[in-house]
Ligand binder design. Sequence first.
Ligand code: IVH
Length: 711
Amino acid sequence: MTHAEKPVDDLTPEEAAEELAALSAEIARHDKLYHGKDAPEISDADYDALRQRNAAIEAHFPELVREDSPSLKVGAEPAGAFTPVRHSRPMLSLDNVFSDADVTDFVQSVRRFLSLKPNDELVFTAEPKIDGLSMSLRYVDGELVTAATRGDGTTGENVTANIRTISEIPNRIKDAPDVLEVRGEVYMAREDFMALNERMAESGRVFANPRNAAAGSLRQIDSNVTKTRPLRFFAYAWGETSEPLGETQFEAVARLGKWGFPVNPLMERCRSLDEMVAHYRAIEAGRADLPYDIDGVVYKVDDLALQERLGFRSRSPRWATAHKFPAEKAMTELDAIDIQVGRTGALTPVARLKPVTVGGVVVTNATLHNEDYIKGIGIRSDGHDIRVGDTVIVQRAGDVIPQILDILPEKRPKAAQPYVFPDICPACGSHAVREEGEAVRRCTGGLVCPAQAVERIRHFVSRNALDIEGLGEKQIEFFYNHSDANFSIRTPADIFTLEERQKSSLAKLENVDGFGAVSVKKLYAAIDARREVEHSRFLFALGIRHIGETNAKRLARHFLSFEALRIAASEAKMPQGKGDPGSAGWQEIVGVNGIGAVVAEALVEFFAEAQNIRAVDDLLGQMKPRDEEAPQAVSSPVAGKTVVFTGSLEKMSRDEAKAMAERLGAKVAGSVSKKTDLVVAGPGAGSKLKQASELGIEVIDEDQWFERVGR
Ligand code: IVH
């Protein structure tokens, strides 16, 4: 099942997880078709849309990012780019605990397992749980031979070439055992992550958090790319070793440190439960000052002989557990609510806050999700609306965008007013509408809205739209941001005037880096070739909500000329309440096979926006949608007739009957009216049959239908 039509804000974690799984499989399939077989099934734009949807859900639910996420596979990685490595000892995971009471239970269970007496001492180590990726480094005769990711715990991927680029990991170690497998965490420091994202922002792809950045960097096919990524490492465990590393966890890790591996300075030995919890609190308090992300504290039985006795459960050792940090919260005041307009026109409310430290990070902005969230409907449990001036509770979990969890009603200033969500786009002034059943309000000024412009132009020139080669995202951004009027492309019409404007320009496009005379000539030719395109392509290219390729074709086939469609849409008035059928234009649009009220409404809204009309007019001044050809008149006894099927059909399904009638040139309606020419009634037909006889409409049964159409 897919929730793809749902705004990300509206997804439940279950739905999000389900969709991420589906997207991961779907994108992997398209990657394979594209790279493996060179036979793509979908357009680049549709492929990009899948990846963007995946990224949007991940940004919203970072805890659900899958190990096989497409966002971690940077670039197009051929399947099996990294060879599998079977771990000599399984790489296990850790059990989690969340409260002091859970820690007590953990210690008790270890003591019970070992049959310790109340006075027997049991020492644990406690150290930060690094938020990165676990790695197994195999050294033979002191030489790094293999570096493998955890994978499924039994088999990982060979990333040796990439690991060799990490300066903190020694390629050779002296005085080492013949075989030594060092295990630990590859991570990226927070500051390095932010600098990397700043660099990456230019390409439009950024990582959601340092962990994803580390994973993405490690999965590069080209280790020269990995080399430019500031990865780091902490050693905290080991796999196969040809000789013991020590008698205790603490000594063994210290030894890894002597061989040159970075080990965490915050590891301590704790001799009691109180000491364990105290160290947990100390690490938690210092968390924000650490240069890297951690998500808890790991306790391990210090004595390696006891570790041996305790052994493992199926997936985790009995001798260790992870005490996770809770999500961090803080209280502050809501100074303002701003509206941001996304690349697809979604209006997203953002809370501007009095700066507050949440888990050591100063937070000034938080997401408010959507209109309903502010009204107190849905996700929040307290039912209060959110108003500017309110005292709010902000939560930051991991590296997710902070969110407002709740408000404190008793602290609400008397003068605080309910927030009125704008119905005008703050970026362009067009109407912003919210469709029934949707949580998101969207700007309708697609063609003119600066927040959406680059995305819209990209869609306009994409393969299944106008298909203009030579205008990729980079070029579009270049033209969009250019301040020289002879270079800039801000609307689709500007594409067609570019060559003319360039003629009168002193500065020439062919002298711009990355263009050149040949490619400029090609670009102009590609643009010129599209001065006349099919009506359906033109309509699809306008990027009207809900008008994808199929609906564009349906509309074009019905209206034939773009002008006819536009007249109907401009005249159309939606039904106002029960009994009102809407205007003739409206009826004609919703009468088009496959077009419902939602699509019709989007179309009408588009043509109700003066700025869109201007943009379309400008475009029509430069180019022309070609009229669709009228379908060959079908000669059949039911061609041109309006048919209603009712009752149960026994020889064909309702869908099949409809398809057959349409193939024969008939129009299939759902209800009987004066316009109905023929009713095909099966057993059990009720009110429609009655209506038909009242209106004197011809009624036949299924067999007579087959006779009539000659089947
Ligand atoms: S010990 C047999 N120590 O947490 C257990 N793991 O949730 C070996 N991790 O897969 C793991 N910091 O990737 C250990 N100080 C630390 C850790 C740590 C992070 C990761 C590791 C592991 C995961 C389990």
